[in-house]
Design a protein around this ligand. Structure first.
Ligand code: IMP
Ligand code: MG
Length: 178
């Protein structure tokens, strides 16, 4: 796996320090009371697990399966909800977590749905945000790191289902992207 990585962009230690500060920001911003955390699978799994353990608050965890990339290097342009059930979010304060903000379609579509389902407020957090013009005019409330517009893997992010368990974020070698 390591041989497929061109270079490490953000190493484990740097990610951990940033999660400490993100958790503090979230803890300060959210009004007192329980938080419903929505984790977008599978990409946000690793990020969410590490972030949530740093938030000493009553929270409940829900997961949503959405697909936008369908395994490739480029966004497909549509976002599909893959679950049969949608979590109960009415009047709840939501922290929506995704791995990366790319075109912005995923966060835009999911945030819209959460509001339609009656959520009191939706705040979103991403580990990474690509510095690019987005198809959807969305910004995340909490961004771990701004990165350039290149394809990255690791720390939850995949290429064709691989590399999610790398402990860092790295750029994939072109030769591995086949
Ligand atoms: P968006 O809807 O275009 O913002 O894309 C969000 C989704 O695309 C993320 O949840 C990721 O699963 C995937 N994605 C976008 N960029 C990358 C990348 O560089 N590496 C791996 N997955 C990515
Ligand atoms: Mg993905």
């Amino acid at each position: 796996m390591k041989n497929d990585i061109e270079r490490i962009l953000i190493d484990e230690e740097v990610i951990e320090r940033r999660l400490d500060s993100m958790a503090k920001e979230i803890e300060l911003d959210f009004p007192a009371g329980p938080i419903v955390v929505i984790i977008l699978l599978k990409g946000a799994l690793v990020f969410a697990a590490d972030l949530l353990r740093r938030i000493p608050r009553e929270l409940s965890i829900e997961c949503l399966n959405v697909a936008s990339y369908h395994g490739g290097l480029e966004s497909s342009g549509t976002v599909d909800f893959l679950d049969r059930h949608f979590p109960e979010v009415k009047d709840r304060h939501i922290l929506l977590l995704d791995d990366i903000l790319d075109t912005g379609r995923t966060l835009a579509v999911v945030a819209k749905r959460l509001k339609e389902e009656g959520a009191a407020a939706v705040h979103s957090g991403v580990l990474l945000a690509k510095d690019k013009k987005r198809a959807e005019d969305v910004a995340a409330d909490y961004v771990g790191f701004e990165i350039g517009d290149e394809f990255v893997v690791g720390y939850g992010l995949d290429y064709k289902g691989k590399y999610r368990n790398l402990p860092y974020v790295g750029v994939l070698k072109l030769s591995a992207a086949i």
